[in-house]
Design a binder for this molecule. Structure first.
Ligand SMILES: C[S@@+](CC[C@H](N)C(=O)[O-])C[C@H]1O[C@@H](n2cnc3c(N)ncnc32)[C@H](O)[C@@H]1O
Length: 430
């Protein structure tokens, strides 16, 4: 039998869940509620210490509640904060970062600066969708493998948005009886859409890509299975606008589909320009950029004339980085295709110095790397993260290793969702 609880939301925590305390002292997590509102919620799961629930009915709404502009918002698992005003989303994200830093790292901040996104919709230059036999395309509902078919996503850039209904019907009509992921990519300033498909069924997926190109839906893309196969036109051009002290630099980095790219380009450029601005005022010669991807941070920072080492494990990203530094005539970047943790251990063994370390790891963070640099005195560290939890864990370790916080800023890369990016600048105390 279904169980319902009436409760008042207290604060937002990770995953965009609102928490409340029940009379039996269990923590109640409510999906879809905001702080200070009273809701009736349906219990989804109950354990000895907590109850997970979702909103069934709003009894007393928050003054910051609004009706989401997207009809999929409550189901598709993507936009966990779309039911609140954008300015309030920023406040909630500050709370999420502060809460993680306090609970996990013991850092108590009274406030944290957050840089809003210029666009609150239409900002994503790539989206990753699921497809499963004949359902069309869609997202998995939060925390499940249950596909919610969708024909539009308001977070995507206009070229992707316009194309989505066609891709949706194509997958249904074409009776795609395989499962996998499809990524639609449209770099800023580009009106074309490129596509990657990841699945175990390479032959069928290749035919799908061919048909998408022949029907004029996409320009080209790649099949990303054991082997990568590229098809059609597939050069992605990422535009950079970098402010150095005395001049502005504009250039493109070209990549193939298949390496990581930041989804919110304006925010990405703000972070890079912030790092450049700080690095200009630091006495340092040797910069190591771990988890460098195709050189999103390495290439701009190399413009300062410092010696840069880029470390990345994805060979596609490394190939793009090599080609781009050649094309841009950059001579001060050395490239290592390796796991960051292996590279750092080697660095320690060889007693090589680093003045500035840049870390931009995936969601799981950089635990092993941080452990390895325990006895290394690095003057400055910039750590950029999309996971407040692993970020806080790693920062705690760095504080234990005698680093101190110079500055910490949150950037809203992902409006309407509960995700947030955080940048910290640490310096060595010793
Ligand atoms: C969040 S992305 C950042 C990429 C790049 N800094 C950027 O801004 O575009 C993380 C990158 O780390 C890479 N990566 C993941 N695990 C890694 C590891 N253990 N060692 C090195 N690179 C790794 C991924 O391939 C991806 O390119």
């Amino acid at each position: 039998m279904e169980k319902f609880i009436i409760a008042k939301g207290d604060k937002i925590v990770s995953q965009g869940l609102c928490i409340s305390r029940l009379e039996n002292n269990k923590v109640l997590f409510i999906r879809g509620a905001l702080p200070n509102e009273t809701v009736k919620c349906r219990v989804l799961k109950e354990t000895k210490s907590y109850v997970l629930s979702e909103v069934e009915e709003i009894i007393e709404p928050s003054i910051f509640r609004r009706t989401p502009i997207c009809s999929y918002a409550n189901n598709c698992g993507g936009c966990g904060l779309a039911h609140s005003l954008y300015e309030y989303q920023l406040e909630l994200k500050k709370e999420i970062v502060k809460d993680n830093l306090k609970r996990i790292a013991g850092i108590k901040l009274s406030d944290i600066k957050i840089i809003p996104s210029d666009k609150s919709i239409g900002y994503r230059n790539r989206i990753r969708l699921q497809f499963k036999s004949k359902l069309g395309i869609g997202y998995f509902s939060q925390g499940t493998n249950y596909l919610i078919p969708i024909k539009k996503c308001l977070l995507a850039r206009a070229p992707i948005r316009k194309l989505m209904p066609y891709i949706f019907f194509f997958f249904k009509e074409y009776k795609v009886n395989i499962k996998g992921q499809i990524e639609l990519i449209s770099p800023p300033k580009d009106t074309n859409v490129f596509c990657t498909i990841s699945t175990n069924e390479s032959k069928k997926a290749f035919k799908i890509l061919e048909a998408l190109i022949q029907n004029g839906f996409i320009k080209g893309g790649a099949l990303l299975s054991k082997k990568q196969i590229f098809i059609g036109e597939y050069t992605l051009r990422w535009p950079y606008n970098i402010n150095l002290r005395d001049l502005k630099k504009e250039f493109f980095i070209e990549t193939k589909p298949g390496s990581f790219s930041q989804v919110n380009w304006q925010q990405n450029l703000k972070v890079i320009n912030k790092i450049i601005h700080e690095a200009e005022n630091i006495v340092c010669n040797k910069v190591v950029d771990l988890y460098s991807g195709f050189g999103n941070i390495s290439i701009p920072i190399s413009l300062l004339g410092k010696e840069v080492i880029s470390v990345e494990q994805n060979p596609l990203a490394i190939e793009a980085l090599k080609e781009n530094i050649k094309k841009l005539g950059i001579k001060n970047i050395k490239i290592k295709c390796d796991k960051a943790e292996n590279y750092v251990k080697e660095l320690i063994k060889n007693k090589k110095n680093i003045d500035l370390l840049i870390l931009d790891p995936p969601r799981k963070g950089a635990k092993e790397v941080i452990k390895a640099i325990k006895n290394k005195r690095i003057s400055h560290i910039f750590y950029l993260s999309c996971s407040p939890a692993t970020f806080s864990r790693d920062i705690k370790t760095l504080l234990d290793y005698n680093y101190k916080i110079k500055e910490i800023i949150a950037y809203d890369f992902f409006p309407q969702t509960y995700h947030v990016e955080t940048l910290i600048h640490l310096t060595n105390r010793l």
